[in-house]
Write a protein that binds this ligand. Structure first.
Ligand code: NAD
Length: 429
């Protein structure tokens, strides 16, 4: 199922990569050109509803005070409350939050989840904070953006540099100020305070489900395919282990230090994931290793980039041998690489569909919170399976009917839903 191509010349290298805002706007333009959504609606979608910037004073453990900047961008709520992560990272800025919020709008719409897109964060390196400082910073941030968030307004979740504990502090601070326990204000909480079972594994599970469907769609059998997975973290390891369980050969996995390669298939349960032992992949077995660059170009049937963005570029797109690429990470394929892969007849299943299991189970968590009723892990996984199959079949219908790439088809499905909702509600006043 694989094919080889001659490498392209150096002159095709990309000198820069797009920012999330540029990507989100380009994808909106592309999808707009393939739908008949009203031009006024497209114009509205180019802009966020609002971006809130706050100052967050923090008393450090030594008694001194530092002031940090926080943001919350809310892109569009025509289909429901804003939904999206809160990241703690030194590079957080308003434009990035807007771009990532737009991305969430498309992701929720392609999954037909009744949420719009939001994103936020604090400009801070969380590794430089003690746990106590992180808690104080989170509580004060929750207070500063309290008017903007809420279970029917905007629902944050963990993202880079934040986790279930951060969400627990946020939820507690919000609830204290509102005078009642309100678990639905955030998702990604520990299950003991309203978090959902299966939330952590959900993005990897959705990647595995979508990979399975794509393999079947292209007339292959799971038992016969070889798969390489870049990044053995929450998304990569969960996807790899499920696909292994379902019969596929996972021949390569990697972490930031490099990867393992065994053409006969790895024992994925034994290779430590990022959570089990950070950067433990190479320590598990130092024979038969590959670099992360080599892993992407292996002669495999399916490639799952599940580590970071912009790893498949114009520089290596001609050397990708996998026929199917399932995007586990957000934005692993640059737009020039996307065009090259499309020209070469490769099938790229986009992030907004493949890793959307995370936001889908966040929606399930929110449903459990507002109904005060916990779902079993089995129920979560069953509902996730059917949500993924519905979304897959909606996108497949566009691919079949109009011969589009999977990415274009996913954006068309999303934009049509948002466009119809805007038409139905109208513009007030
Ligand atoms: P994680 O921190 O659990 O794991 C990341 C893995 O990638 C680790 O094994 C790490 O060593 C490896 N890695 C880091 N830099 C690398 C590099 N330069 N080359 C190769 N490997 C590298 O992270 P995660 O939650 O699995 O997220 C992975 C990607 O999936 C990110 O792009 C994230 O935005 C996206 N994503 C995550 C979720 C989620 O809820 N976890 C949901 C949707 C999308």
């Amino acid at each position: 199922m694989t094919q080889k191509q001659t490498p392209r010349s150096e002159s095709d290298s990309e000198s820069t990569t797009e920012s999330p805002l540029e990507t989100a706007r380009r994808q909106l333009r592309t999808a707009a050109s393939r739908t008949d959504v009203d031009a006024g609606v497209i114009e509205r979608l180019k802009h966020p509803t609002r971006v809130v910037e706050v100052s967050i004073p923090l008393e450090r453990d030594d008694g001194t005070v530092d002031v940090f900047t926080g943001y919350r961008a809310q892109h569009d709520d025509v289909r429901g409350p804003y939904k999206g992560g809160l990241r703690y990272h030194p590079d957080v800025n308003a434009d990035e939050c807007v771009g990532l919020a737009m991305w969430m709008t498309w992701k929720c719409a392609v999954m037909d989840i009744p949420f719009g897109g939001g994103k936020g964060g604090i400009v801070v390196d969380p590794k430089e904070l003690s746990d106590d400082e992180k808690e104080r910073l989170t509580r004060r941030f929750a207070e500063e953006i309290r008017d903007e968030v809420g279970p029917s307004r905007d629902i944050p979740a963990p993202d880079m540099g934040t986790d279930a504990q951060t969400m627990a502090w946020f939820m507690d601070a919000y609830s204290m100020q509102e005078g009642e326990t309100i678990p639905g204000v955030v998702t990604g909480k520990p299950p003991v305070i309203g978090g959902s079972y299966g939330r952590e594994e959900a993005p990897g599970r959705s990647v595995a489900i979508v990979a399975r469907e794509a393999i079947e769609y292209y007339d292959e059998s799971l038992d016969d395919v070889s798969i390489a997975v870049q990044g053995y973290g929450s998304v990569g390891a969960n996807a790899a282990r499920l696909l292994d369980e379902w019969g596929a050969d996972i021949v390569a996995v990697s972490d930031v230090n490099g990867g393992l390669y065994d053409p006969d298939g790895l024992q994925t349960q034994d290779v430590p994931s990022h959570k089990e032992e950070p950067e433990g992949v190479m320590r598990y077995d130092s024979s038969n290793t590959v670099s992360n660059e080599e892993l992407l170009e292996l002669d495999v049937d399916v490639l799952i980039p599940a580590a970071i963005g912009n790893v498949i570029t114009a520089d290596n797109a001609d050397r990708i041998q996998a026929d199917i690429v399932v995007e586990g990470a957000n934005g692993p394929t640059t737009s020039s690489a996307d065009s090259i892969l499309h020209e070469r007849g490769k099938h790229v299943i986009p992030d907004i569909l493949a890793n959307a299991g995370g936001v889908t189970v966040s929606y399930f968590e929110w449903l459990q919170d507002i109904n005060r009723r916990t779902w079993s892990k089995e129920r979560v996984n069953d509902e996730l399976e059917s949500a993924m199959l519905d979304a897959w079949s909606d996108v497949k219908a566009e691919v079949d009917a109009r011969g589009m790439s999977w990415r274009d088809a996913a954006y068309v499905v999303a934009l049509n839903r948002i466009g119809e909702a805007k038409e139905a509600r109208g513009l007030w006043p």
